[in-house]
Design a protein around this ligand. Structure first.
Ligand SMILES: Cc1cc2nc3c(=O)[nH]c(=O)nc-3n(C[C@H](O)[C@H](O)[C@H](O)COP(=O)(O)OP(=O)(O)OC[C@H]3O[C@@H](n4cnc5c(N)ncnc54)[C@H](O)[C@@H]3O)c2cc1C
Length: 392
């Protein structure tokens, strides 16, 4: 057991895209910040999972929707190459018309992203803990006081004034008895890279996203131990079969070069907050408590604002969700889970947590105060882009 007392203004739980953004945002405010990660690299699905397509920061009609750290992390993912931001989005003189032809997105590689993100976190003064699995929480009334961590030295506690749940699976919300929703119907996936003796190729293997799973496959619950394990095994079997077929059909030079070191589950468990962000109900609407804006990666021309309330825990006043586990209904979850949206909610959660901790507030900071700080850091908050206000 460590003798060092570990106590922070903000403890960010999970170091995927959302956790990276949350930790950078909290540290930027001057909060002492810890990032606690069970793996040995930052990025989660977006690095170890080999999901290396940074989906659009724009609405597909030439309007940028997400700025701030969502944009910074896109640049960071490309800082050591390869990959490129499309020309209209690199050119400050480009018109909306030119930009509408190409979406503000890029493909990157996991290794450069890991190196760049880790350096950015270190430069920001974030205390990084790897190989640290959070297994529980301590609370007093409506305040979380610490998270319990399983380490090589056994179990220890990290004290926190505020906590961000960026585990992707709402683990902290679950441990804290917050209302959560679980998705039992994940599909088999297996993204991997092959080499054919000359070139590297990405294969985005997945069961179809609608209808019954194909023969030999099934649905998976991303919070169930048996299902998680089977999902990982079945995904690798799918990769092995695909790689064997490539060798058979295209030559023995083919081999699998890089396979995921992470699960490939899309939606697992999320916070069920007072507002569930929804594509069906909230498209084109402005939430007065918006903490960021996003586009729709599937369809051009759609705009959304993300409500502060989708990040805030129900039973604890100093706990925030970020990333693919914020509060959203099924239609909204498919938008909040993608990389740029995770960065948007991560930045907001980390900023709110830091403001609360540094100002000694018992509850989350006021919306206007949070919005002012986010705007100051380049987060786009533009009610004028929306044709209606959501009164919910
Ligand atoms: C098959 C597939 C394809 C996808 N395609 C795309 C795409 O093309 N483009 C796109 O933008 N998005 C895509 N996505 C979605 C996107 O990649 C993820 O949803 C997003 O990266 C999630 O980020 P996150 O930080 O919320 O969660 P995660 O990436 O899951 O990160 C959570 C982190 O928390 C850690 N953690 C979890 N529990 C604990 C714990 N108890 N203690 C300590 N650490 C913990 C994990 O190790 C991980 O590092 C895809 C997802 C899948 C599965």
């Amino acid at each position: 057991m460590s003798q060092r007392p570990r106590s922070y203004d903000v403890v960010v739980c999970g170091g995927g895209i959302a956790g990276i953004a949350a930790a950078l945002a909290a540290a930027r405010q001057g909060a002492s910040t810890a990032l606690v990660e069970r793996e040995y690299a930052p990025g989660g699905l977006a690095t170890l999972g080999l999901i290396i397509i940074y989906l659009p920061l724009c609405d597909g009609a030439g309007q940028q929707m997400s700025g701030g750290l969502a944009e910074t992390l896109l640049h960071l993912s490309l800082a050591m190459g390869p990959g490129e931001i499309p020309e209209p989005w690199r050119n400050p003189q480009a018109t909306a018309e030119t930009r509408s032809g190409q979406r503000f997105q890029a493909a990157y590689q996991a290794a450069p992203m890991i190196l760049a993100a880790e350096q950015a976190l270190l430069d920001a003064g974030v205390n990084l803990f790897y190989g640290a699995q959070i297994s529980g929480i301590a609370d007093q009334g409506r305040q979380l006081t610490a998270v319990r961590v399983e380490t090589k030295q056994g179990r220890e506690w990290i004290r926190a004034r505020c906590v961000v749940d960026a585990t992707g699976d709402a683990d902290i919300c679950y441990f804290a008895d917050e209302p959560t929703v679980t998705a039992p119907d994940n599909r088999r996936t297996g993204w991997y890279f092959s080499h054919d003796g000359q070139q590297v190729q990405l294969h985005q293997l997945t069961d179809p996203l609608t209808g019954d799973p194909p023969p030999g496959s099934r649905f998976y619950d991303g919070t169930d131990l048996d299902d998680i394990s089977q999902h990982v095994i079945d995904g690798r079997q799918m990769i092995a079969a695909h790689a064997a077929r490539l060798r058979r059909e295209q030559g023995l030079a083919h081999y699998p070069l890089l396979i995921p070191a992470f699960h490939g589950l899309r939606m697992t468990r999320r916070l069920a907050g007072p507002v569930e962000f929804s594509d069906d109900r909230h498209e084109g609407g402005w939430f007065p408590d918006a903490i960021g804006m996003i586009g729709n990666w599937k369809q051009s021309g759609k705009r959304y604002s993300l409500p502060y309330r989708a990040l805030r825990a129900v039973r604890h006043d100093n706990l925030y969700a970020a990333g693919r586990c914020i509060s959203a209904d099924r239609s909204g979850w498919d938008l909040t889970r993608v990389i740029p949206s995770c960065a948007v909610s991560g930045e907001a959660a980390g900023t709110a947590a830091a403001l609360q901790a540094l100002q000694g507030l018992a509850a989350a900071p006021e919306t206007a105060d949070l919005q002012a700080v986010l705007r100051g850091h380049g987060v786009l908050l533009r009610p004028d882009l929306f044709d209606r206000v959501i009164e919910e």
